[in-house]
Design a protein. Structure first.
Length: 91
């Protein structure tokens, strides 16, 4: 995907916010811990970095569930495969 800097920053912030929400509401982290986890998972990538934003190919819900429950979360927690309505409301 090609985007300008403002679009990239908006998307990055949105994914960080969503990831932090999942880590707080499903992973049991405090708000500060969840924000830190989001910053770590979604670092800023300069425009010249190859494949910038590749982490965006799956939404934050998926990445957070992998972190919380591991690679088999889709089998062991099938109710968590689809994001919750509360998560969707973050929009």
């Amino acid at each position: 995907m090609t985007w300008n800097e403002a679009e990239y920053l908006d998307y990055l912030e949105s994914e960080r916010r969503c990831y932090a929400w999942v880590m707080q509401h499903h992973g049991g982290l405090t708000a500060d811990e969840a924000s830190g986890a989001a910053l770590e998972h979604y670092p800023y990538e300069p425009a010249e970095v190859p494949f910038r934003g590749l982490v965006f190919h799956d939404e934050a819900w998926h990445w957070a569930m992998l972190e919380i429950h591991g690679d088999r979360y889709v089998v062991e927690h099938p109710g968590l495969v689809q994001p919750s309505p509360d998560y969707r409301a973050l929009g």
